[in-house]
Design a protein around this ligand. Structure first.
Ligand code: ADE
Ligand code: ZN
Length: 350
């Protein structure tokens, strides 16, 4: 729990957390030991020889407030460390344990409902079968609902640095599990990968009745044009939510457009502190909130930050944006309103 009783107590809905973003060094080590499979350091080509060494490689990634990350040659990039976690997952039990790890954290934080991202392409490229992956997730999802009273749905993300053809193949394969999947997203490395590359599969998903969202990452490498596409043109008229998208706060026309379309935005403060000036991050979050945009606070990749889950993200937002308790309550309510669960369940979440 955090030091803030109000944040601890309120019922929460989380709309932006990557299941692979909770693969800590410890979890990765547990899976790799259990499966007799070494974890290779992509910088050296050698296996990590101990949990401590693996933890250190993760620690180099971690941000701390006011002390932005220093990307040296030896530092694993976020994506190197993140995709390293996928390789450790082999069995249905691994997928089950991974998802249960999230649900147990969620229950302890009074999270009542979560929409959880997963990246199937990252798993199939290491040879995972859909069945292994989805049955592990499904069993955990059912167990969490019954034993922990945490409900959830899955958002299947396409890796934008993979091809549109691969996205379409994975889309087709996933239809077998569509009862678990509430929406479609777009993530991974955004450099030179505009959302429009994935228009065909997004349009198809829209026609098939899925809800849509897409990551628009924060910082200089990510052009406003990507946010424009997500808001206005993607899937023949724009998606239903935007993930991150904080760059929009620097463009009044875009802010107005997001507001007019009443799009929800999932905001994950700890992710931005890694590489953005602190003042700018929180000024922008505050500005979007004050403009009346329905932002929600979420965690993104807790294991790659400072073990910062949704409650820690709410805490840092409260502190640096000066949100009052009633504003925190509004952020929590935004997450319920912006979720893709049925109206019937929505009314019973609090
Ligand atoms: N996938 C998991 N975390 C991500 C992030 N922060 N940005 C883009 N893709 C991601
Ligand atoms: Zn994300």
């Amino acid at each position: 729990a955090t030091k803030d009783p109000y944040i601890n107590a309120i019922p929460k809905v989380e709309l932006h957390v990557h299941i692979e973003g909770i693969i800590s060094a410890d979890l990765k080590w547990k899976f790799s030991q259990r499966n007799g499979q070494p974890i290779i350091n992509p910088r050296t080509g050698r296996a990590f020889s101990s949990l401590e060494e693996l933890r250190d490689s993760h620690n180099t990634l971690k941000p701390s407030i006011g002390n932005r990350m220093n990307n040296s040659e030896e530092t694993l990039s976020f994506f190197e460390a993140y995709y390293g976690g996928f390789e450790a997952l082999k069995t249905q039990q691994d997928y089950y344990d991974l998802a249960m790890d999230y649900y147990e954290h969620a229950a302890a934080m009074n999270v009542r409902y979560a929409e959880i991202f997963f990246d199937p392409q990252g798993h199939t490229r290491f040879g995972a079968s859909w069945e292994t992956m989805m049955q592990g997730f499904r069993e955990a999802q059912q167990k969490a609902e019954q034993a922990l009273h945490v409900r959830s749905g899955w958002i299947m993300c396409f890796l934008r640095d993979e091809s549109p053809e691969s996205a379409m193949e994975h889309y087709n394969a996933a239809l077998q599990y569509r009862d678990m999947i509430v929406g479609i997203g777009l993530d991974s490395n955004e450099v030179d990968r505009p959302p429009s590359l994935f228009e065909e599969v997004f349009l198809r998903a829209r026609k098939d009745g899925f809800r849509l969202t897409a990551h628009c990452d924060v910082g200089k490498p990510y052009p406003l044009e990507h946010i424009h596409q997500v808001v206005s043109t993607m899937a023949g008229g724009g998606t239903d939510r935007i993930d991150h998208g904080l760059n929009a706060a620097g463009d009044p026309d875009l802010v107005n457009l997001i507001k007019e379309k009443d799009l929800g935005m999932t905001i994950c403060p700890w992710s931005y502190i890694r590489h953005q000036p602190l003042d700018e991050v929180f000024e922008r979050i505050r500005a979007l909130f004050d403009a009346g945009i329905r932002i929600t606070i979420a965690s993104d990749d807790p294991a790659f930050m400072e073990d910062t889950w949704v409650q820690e993200n709410l805490l840092v937002a409260k502190k640096y944006c000066n949100f009052t308790n009633s504003e925190i309550q509004r952020l929590a309510q935004n997450a319920i309103n912006e979720s893709w669960v049925s109206e019937d369940v929505k009314n019973r979440l609090l």
